[in-house]
Ligand binder design. Structure first.
Ligand SMILES: *Cc1c(COP(=O)(O)O)cnc(C)c1O
Length: 361
């Protein structure tokens, strides 16, 4: 029986995308070859690459002032590629520290220029999105945020992002664990990046959306492979791209388009509300982040009695639920509910929580 997959990433994919992958492994685009054995310069694959890049822009409602790249090295490589390309040695970048990934990003930026930490929630183990910002002595050259904090289960609201936007000319968002989960104004950002393995495909491809006008301003030399301008000139094919991962991402984008981003957003809200209601209504489970900052994608919760954690894990596993254990730095539980999670999957989890609680009365 197919398990109900709550893993945080790599993560759940819609069945029709898995079917599309199988078909392409047998015979890609009628070429008589598997997608795993074709040249990346083959016309059908170039069409996939161009199609995926165009679809990202279309779904985000972005114009030709933006470019879309498919790169490798994961979101983690963007932690240094961004300052390498955008931050001069004497410039200062502002970072908001909302978790492990945000912290990793700001540490990498220190290798290239000055980093000013505008706000951090580290002291309370990242249980909220800071609302008090200290912008420092001079306007930061750019501000970087992690819009959804995968490990802790917090997420920036549209409202807070809009306010922050006023503080900077260049806003950068790591959207790895929420990209295409909400229908909002993506043009608030000048750079958006995401590893594909959470909400838009499989590991091996990283999407970067970048406003062209911000490039070419730093004074240092940039190695070709990590120079955004070189990657743009080469259509993300300066070297061999991750062909299969880009293909899966293309299928995912088409699937998102078919569902409609707005519908996807509504479905994400409904699923998250249901699960948070179940947590709030429970006597044994408890949410562990500020209510106004709760993530729609990664719902974190703990048990009042931590000793019961292994019992509930086993209980859930018997019902086909997998991947709900929290990250080791937080403990407890985390249900990652990316776009591909059906509402019925969440219902099974909620029922398991209720039934488990009943055994404890
Ligand atoms: C998973 C994740 C990363 C790391 O992604 P890689 O592709 O493994 O480098 C970075 N940021 C966020 C928000 C994540 O969820």
């Amino acid at each position: 029986m197919k398990k109900i997959n709550f893993y945080s990433g790599p993560s759940i994919l819609p069945q029709e995308i898995l079917d599309g992958c199988k078909a392409a492994i047998d015979d890609f685009a009628g070429m008589g070859l598997s997608i795993l054995e074709i040249s990346h310069r083959a016309k059908p694959f170039v069409d996939v690459m161009d199609g995926a890049r165009a679809l990202v822009k279309e779904l985000m409602g972005l114009g030709d002032d933006y470019e879309v790249l498919y790169l490798q090295g994961g979101a983690s490589t963007q932690f240094y590629m961004i300052p390498y390309n955008l931050l001069d040695t004497n410039d200062t970048a502002g970072y908001i520290d909302t978790g492990t990934w945000a912290h990793g990003a700001l540490n990498e930026a220190k290798l290239f220029g000055n980093v000013h930490v505008i706000a951090t929630s580290q002291l309370t183990n990242y249980d909220h999105i800071p609302k008090q910002w200290d912008m420092g002595d001079r306007r930061p050259h750019y501000i970087h945020i992690t819009t959804n904090n995968t490990i802790y289960g917090t997420q920036w609201t549209n409202h807070d992002i809009k306010i922050l936007r006023e503080e900077t000319d260049i806003l950068i968002g790591d959207m790895s664990s929420e990209i295409f989960s909400r229908d909002f104004d993506y043009s608030l950002f000048d750079v958006i990046y995401a590893g594909a393995q959470k909400n838009m495909g499989v590991a091996g491809a990283t999407v970067v959306i970048i406003k062209k006008s911000i490039l070419g301003k730093v004074h240092r030399e940039i190695p070709k492979m990590i120079d955004y301008r070189v990657q743009i000139e080469n259509g993300s094919m300066k070297n061999t791209p991750s062909v299969f991962a880009v293909y899966v991402s293309y299928l995912t984008l088409q699937w998102i388009k078919k569902q409609g981003l707005q519908n996807m957003y509504s479905a994400n809200i409904i699923r998250a509300q249901k699960l948070y209601e179940a947590i709030d209504g429970s006597k044994i489970f408890v949410g562990n982040v500020a209510k106004g900052d709760r993530s729609m994608m990664n719902v974190c919760f703990t048990m009042k009695d931590k000793n019961l954690d292994p019992q509930f894990s086993a209980f859930a596993k018997e019902r086909g639920i997998v991947g709900i254990e929290g990250h080791r730095s937080v403990g407890g539980f985390r249900a990652s509910m990316y776009n591909a999670m059906p509402e019925s999957g969440v219902d099974v989890l909620i029922q398991a929580m209720k039934d488990f609680e009943a055994t404890k009365n």
